[in-house]
Design a binder for this molecule. Sequence first.
Ligand SMILES: NC(=O)c1ccc[n+]([C@@H]2O[C@H](COP(=O)([O-])OP(=O)(O)OC[C@H]3O[C@@H](n4cnc5c(N)ncnc54)[C@H](O)[C@@H]3O)[C@@H](O)[C@H]2O)c1
Length: 322
Amino acid sequence: MTKVAVAGLGYWGPNLVRNFDELTELAWLVDLDPQLRERFGGRYPDARVTDDFDEVLADDDVDAVVVATPVPTHYALAKRALEAGKHVMVEKPPAMRRSEMDELVSLATEHDRVLMPGHLLLYHPGVVKLKELIDAGELGEVLCVYGNRQNLGIVRTNENALWSLGVHDLSVILYLLDEDPEVATAQGRDFLTPGVEDVVFCYLRFPSGKIAHMHLSWLDPHKMRRMTVVGREKMVVFDDMELERKVTVYEKSPWKRAETYGEWMTRSGDIYIPKISTDEPLRLECSYFLELIGGKHDKAKVARDGARVVRALEMLTNSLDG
Ligand SMILES: NC(=O)c1ccc[n+]([C@@H]2O[C@H](COP(=O)([O-])OP(=O)(O)OC[C@H]3O[C@@H](n4cnc5c(N)ncnc54)[C@H](O)[C@@H]3O)[C@@H](O)[C@H]2O)c1
């Protein structure tokens, strides 16, 4: 059994702890906060508890480290864990700069270890269905993709909407289109906390000519977690707020009527809802990490895909700041 340590027991870490405890052997729990160490140490008595990350790295029995600490700490912790020969799953994004992420990818290659960014949505059965539909050519040529992620959760004061909300949609858009953007621009405003944008609009253009957009905001009447893909033959919507119709396929496409003067219309056909598994995306993500460690799947691709997200995030951030 793979022995896993989880660092960071704040808001998100406990979800990772629960899953790894159920899937494999939870060896260590790490947090700087003594109250959290006491609480989770009591809940998982078989795991050892510490505030010292190095103590975990020095334990030769530990195979993998999961990092769920605040974003600015990710790069340094992931780097130390890879250098110590551990497999690493690190919450999104693993680094705040492209150069740092490239360094992590090189370290993972050099030490032949897994470096998996926690891009949760890539393991969501609804997003996997979108990818299947695109790759099978069901939608025809994909023209554009846009994401809506609005009015969700606590308004963070130390992370803007691009970093907190946008990284999810960005990972999905890049995964679906499998291209690096040649243009990535963002505009936003800091209405609530000075210097921290709470409303951000992003535009991406890809070498193939496809375009994408993201609307990221904590200020909105609608609670939305939605991704729309427009193809020449069909269009599809993934809506994570829906319980029963997570993915809806629309047989709608542009169409030129021969009997008129050649203007474009929208052809409307059936609308259907494919069955989507209700498996917990985080469980699937944690299982995938363990499978990568076990030699399944392409670990180099997972790390490279993470680097692609950080590169695009850096382009968007430079544009937002500029
Ligand atoms: N995938 C998702 O949907 C999702 C959702 C929420 C958060 N996250 C990610 O999870 C990470 C943590 O977010 P959060 O909301 O849980 O933050 P949080 O502030 O609630 O918790 C972070 C914890 O890390 C601990 N910590 C800080 N530095 C440490 C160190 N050097 N060693 C050990 N522990 C340390 C803190 O004491 C704190 O308890 C972030 O990267 C965030 O982006 C992901």
